[in-house]
Design a protein around this ligand. Sequence first.
Ligand code: AMP
Length: 511
Amino acid sequence: MNLSHSLSVVARHLPGSPAITSTDGILSYGAFEDQVARIAGALQQHHRLPTASRVALVMDNCGAYLPALFGIWRAGLAAVPVNSKLHAKEVAWILDNAEAKLVLASEAHAAALTSLGGAQPPIIAVPSAGWRHMLAAEPVYAAPTDPEAEAWLFYTSGTTGRPKGAVLTHRNLLFCCHAYYADIDFVDARDCFVSAAPLSHGAGLYALPHILRGSHQIVLPGFDVAEVLALFGSYSRVSMFAAPTMLSRLIADGRAGATDTRGLKTLIYGGAPMYVSDLTNAIAQFGPKFFQLYGQGEAPMTISGLTKRMHADYFERRDYTRLGSAGIARTGCAFRVVDPDGCDVPIGDIGEIITKSDCVMRGYWNNSDATRRSLHQGWLWTGDLGSVDADGFLTLKDRSKDMIISGGSNIYPREIEEVLLTHPDVVECAVVSRPHADWGEEVVAYVVAKPGGAPPDASVLDALCLANIARFKRPKSYRFIGSLPKSNYGKILKTELRLMLQREIEGNNST
Ligand code: AMP
């Protein structure tokens, strides 16, 4: 079934219930459904987009995001939600790769894309006269019914440095919603869900099970500790998704202890490692209201999980090993920890995590090589390393892909290296991470300058990055060295570079 069908069921049953509250005002479920139906009408009648065409959403969190997403689905089209923190050039690459036929973009992003010039799909700014015209179109109330239709092209980055679009069908997303009800919470119109993280990513995926059950969505433009804490006090049965960095900022803020947070029902965290000390502080402050998810765009947020009950039990028993694990397989999901041949490694040994379930993507859009590498032997190969214990608890050890996770955002070193290497005085470079108390990890670039020449100024390299990639990806610090450590095969040894950074940190601590 198409997800927009469930929205019409809820809207019929609860037309007056609050659906979306944002800085744009409050939308009831009846009004939400009306907007969705008209957006779908505009896509079909004004834009004449054939079934399964891709429509990109380059939008910051706002009241129009969810109506646009469901409108695309009602019209039988596929959405391409793009991280709005990306540089316009990166967004343009995704639009081209996804063969997007139309773009709905927040005003600033629409202007940035337009200023790039070149061949691009039509862009409609939200809000604008074009958007208002869409909201006045003839409504389409009948939802398509094909569960295998493409719903969401989830763009993640890859080790090649270019993003890959994981194709998620309506069946994938419905499975993700059903697993939410089975493992996290059963929700209804009394609940509310706060989206403080980008709707193009985890927060958007977790808004879905709430919308399908008529819960109230509170869409925030970003994550502001005071605002979020105030919501826990003014609403009841509040659920929210937070990247571990957001969670540590919440507990580090002195106001958390002094605020009435009884309204918080469930805080879902995941997407990056969570330090046990932060987690125990969080449980001590808010109570055992946490659910940890382990997943990835290719199996949207649904591989393993540590339930609220487990958090409560292990906190009480001070079982920090279990609290530091990523829990057990989610309902209807299987995972295994295997060697490169796909054979299970012994209990406790480290191997690659592979998973199978109805939420595993169909493949990568327009990238059959990457699809073959990720989907084989009937399983999704996650690229994550971990181990499983005798009771089925998964512990994540490392990411085999050298990916950096800073503030909950994934950063792929290759993308940054490619930009730095465009500088004429840079002959080689390697990007790694070092631990950071707030962000989890931060980016450091090792740069080898042209022999005989002076190394380029760090501020020049910074400007180069700012002109080509998203701000959050640029290195926070540079190290200029004579040569990079390499293996016998000439491969750069990033482990050595990380060790060098580690020694620096230890040296600084001991002085
Ligand atoms: P994304 O596709 O952007 O959601 O990123 C997925 C990656 O984030 C996974 O492949 C893991 O490397 C990491 N990740 C997801 N959940 C967790 C978790 N609970 N603990 C540690 N890392 C995680």
